[in-house]
Every structure is written in structure tokens, then in C-alpha cells.
Design a protein around this ligand. Structure first.
Ligand code: ASP
Length: 352
């Protein structure tokens, strides 16, 4: 555990990247409507940032978007931007809408390999321009964490994370769990990487560190998006299951199952699953529960899925499973290789 007091005067350099979302809105005093914020004036609007004495540069996507409109192409742009500025900054803070932040943070965690610098996603539930905003705190903590270094000059958190409501979570373990609370995100299956109170307490036993601090960043931008999600529910029909599992354009399906990985034991359901697996599709079992893990050996319904060829997603979030599949499938056309890697813990996204 490292406890760091607010480090003023350290000349760290941070690139603040604005993609859109609520955090970047300000209330127009004339008509009270929310308007996008001009990020060139960030230090004027959040003057606390200048107390850090960091160099903070900003970069705004154009157009900025509500994160409901995020597409994998934005992840590619974002990863390329970070890679192209990698040597010029100590850390990166990405301002992003909360709705799909967990997807984007998961995607970047796979697309940026051998990361030695922090990439901290943050946003807010209330625009930065309104008095009770949570955006100011989230932004200030994110900047401080992105700049934090240990005694050897290495980043304390060289990971893709989400910083929200004083909690620092691994990006590919986070999920948006509340649409109106300031505590919008949860990381049920992975302890917090840091907590911000009077000091910031870093949980260094959980934070992942690179094998070598000198290895160059590995950038992966090929993504194959032929993934569907089948959420199991009572009353699900053969037509729906068939359309999703056997869809011609689908290379992989995430099956969101009940509890520890259970699905209906009906013959028609298992027949379709077997047909999809036999046709070479990649099928991954992820639980609908916000916490806990898939274990297909506990119940006969889980066992049936396993013997039909469904892979174990362990305690992966759906957001992370989707991003991992996009990335692995973008890297190879060989479904066998994807299947082998899918059950491995590659970026701290699962606990086996
Ligand atoms: N709809 C907004 C977005 O995700 C909500 C937010 O920023 O919190 O972009």
C-alpha cells in the first residue's frame, strides 16, 4: 500500500482528452441550457488544477459525443492518440460519458499492451458547470492519480482505470451500476486500485505492473466486432436463441447466463447451442450477476453448456468480455486461438 499526500510542485505532464458526456457541459447563464464546455479554458473553470503545478494539455475530440454514440472507431482513435503522444506525457485522463465508459475502458485495456503509464477514464453525473457537480472532484482525483509516481519515477498505477466518486477501479472490471447516484460504478469482482480520501491510498498489491518499464507500448487497433450478446431470460424462445446463436454475421456470442453460469436445460436450447458450437462459433458464458463467477461444474444445466462447447468467462464483466472478443478476433481469424486465449487472464480482467 502506498499512501500519497497531494503532490504539489511535481512537474508531471498530463494529457486531458475530452470525448464528450455530461462532465463537459456547462450551464449557460442566460438560458440555463447545457452547452459543451470549451476545454481550452479548463484551468479557468477548474482552478484547483493549477495548484498541482503539472503541465496539463488538453485535446478535444471533434465532434464530442454522448457516449451512447460510441463506436469501436472512437476506441481506435483514442488508442492511436495515446500512442502518438505516449512519450510526451506521464499520464492520460480521458473524459467520457458514463453510459459506455466501462466498455471504452475495457477496450483500451486490451488495445494498449505493455502499458507503463496511467490512462484514467472519468466523467460525472452532473455537468462540471453546475454547483453540486461531482465532475470537479472526479477530474482532480483523476489528474492526481495520472501524475502519481513512486520513488523510482515509475507510475503508481500503470493501468487503464475508471476513477469515480473517490474510487479507482480497474477499467475492465468496472460496470455502470447506478444511473443517478454519484457512486455510479462498481467493481464487484476486483478490489479498488486506490481510494481517495484526505490522502490517496494505492492498493499496490492489486495494481498490475509491467514486466519491463522499458518495453515500448504495444498498440492494437484491429477489432472484429462480429459479436452478439444473448441474455437468457424466462420465456426466451427458440427463434430468438436461434437468430442470435446461429446468425450468419456472428463469429462469437456472449451468453449472459443466470447465477454461476446456468441456462435452460430444455432440449431445444441445448441443441441450438451444440449446433452453434459445432459450426465453429465462439460461445462464452458470462454471468448476469454483478458479482461472482461462472462455474459450469456446479449444476447440471451449467455442465450441459460446458459439454456443448461453451467457454468459461469466469468473473468477467459483459463489457470486458465484449472488448476482449473484439480485440482477440481482430488479431486472428483462427477461432481456435481466440478460444485458447479467451479463458486466460490477459489484462487482469478475470480471476481464475
Ligand atoms: N449520456 C451521457 C453519456 O454517457 C451520460 C453521462 O455522461 O453521464 O455520454
Amino acid at each position: 500500500m502506498i499512501v500519497q499526500k497531494t503532490c504539489q510542485g511535481t512537474k508531471a505532464s498530463i494529457l486531458l482528452i475530452y470525448t464528450g458526456g455530461t462532465i463537459g457541459m456547462v450551464q449557460d447563464p442566460t438560458d440555463q441550457t447545457l452547452k459543451p464546455f470549451d476545454f481550452k479554458q479548463i484551468l479557468d473553470s477548474v482552478p484547483e488544477l493549477s495548484k498541482f503545478a503539472y503541465r496539463i494539455d488538453s485535446y478535444s475530440f471533434d465532434p464530442i459525443i454522448d457516449s451512447s454514440d460510441i463506436e469501436p472507431s472512437l476506441w481506435q482513435e483514442l488508442a492511436e492518440l495515446i500512442a502518438s503522444r505516449y512519450d510526451s506525457y506521464d499520464g492520460f485522463v480521458v473524459l467520457h460519458g458514463t453510459d459506455t465508459m466501462a466498455f471504452s475502458a475495457s477496450a483500451l485495456s486490451f488495445m494498449l499492451g505493455d502499458l507503463t503509464k496511467p490512462v484514467i477514464f472519468t466523467g460525472s453525473q452532473l455537468p462540471i458547470g453546475v454547483p453540486r457537480t461531482d465532475g470537479r472532484e472526479n477530474l482532480i482525483s483523476s489528474v492526481e492519480i495520472a501524475a502519481a509516481k513512486d520513488g523510482n519515477g515509475h507510475a503508481i498505477v500503470p493501468e487503464v482505470c475508471i476513477c469515480f466518486d473517490n474510487m479507482l477501479m480497474r477499467g475492465n472490471r468496472s460496470t455502470k451500476a447506478n444511473s443517478d447516484n454519484f457512486r455510479a460504478f462498481r467493481s464487484e469482482n476486483c478490489p479498488l486500485l486506490a481510494e481517495a480520501g484526505i490522502n490517496i491510498r494505492y492498493n499496490t498489491s492489486i495494481i498490475r505492473y509491467p514486466e519491463s518499464w522499458d518495453a515500448p507500448l504495444r498498440l492494437y487497433t484491429k477489432l472484429d466486432t462480429r459479436v452478439s450478446i444473448l441474455k437468457i431470460h424466462p420465456g426466451i424462445t427458440p427463434q430468438v436463441v436461434r437468430n442470435i446463436l446461429l446468425g450468419e454475421q456472428t463469429r462469437a456470442v456472449i451468453i449472459e447466463t443466470y447465477g454461476s453460469g446456468n441456462a435452460p436445460s430444455k432440449g431445444w436450447f441445448l441443441d441450438i447451442v451444440k449446433e452453434a458450437a459445432a459450426s465453429g462459433k465462439i460461445l462464452l458464458n458470462v454471468t448476469q450477476c454483478i458479482g461472482g463467477s461462472v462455474n459450469m461444474d456446479i449444476y447440471s444445466t451449467g455442465k450441459a453448456l460446458k459439454s456443448a462447447g461453451v467457454l468459461n468467462g469466469y468473473d468477467c464483466t459483459t463489457e470486458s468480455a465484449l472488448a476482449k472478443l473484439f480485440w482477440l478476433m481482430g488479431e486472428t481469424e483462427d477461432n481456435g486461438k481466440v478460444k485458447d486465449l479467451l479463458e486466460e487472464n490477459l489484462r487482469g480482467e478475470i480471476t481464475k
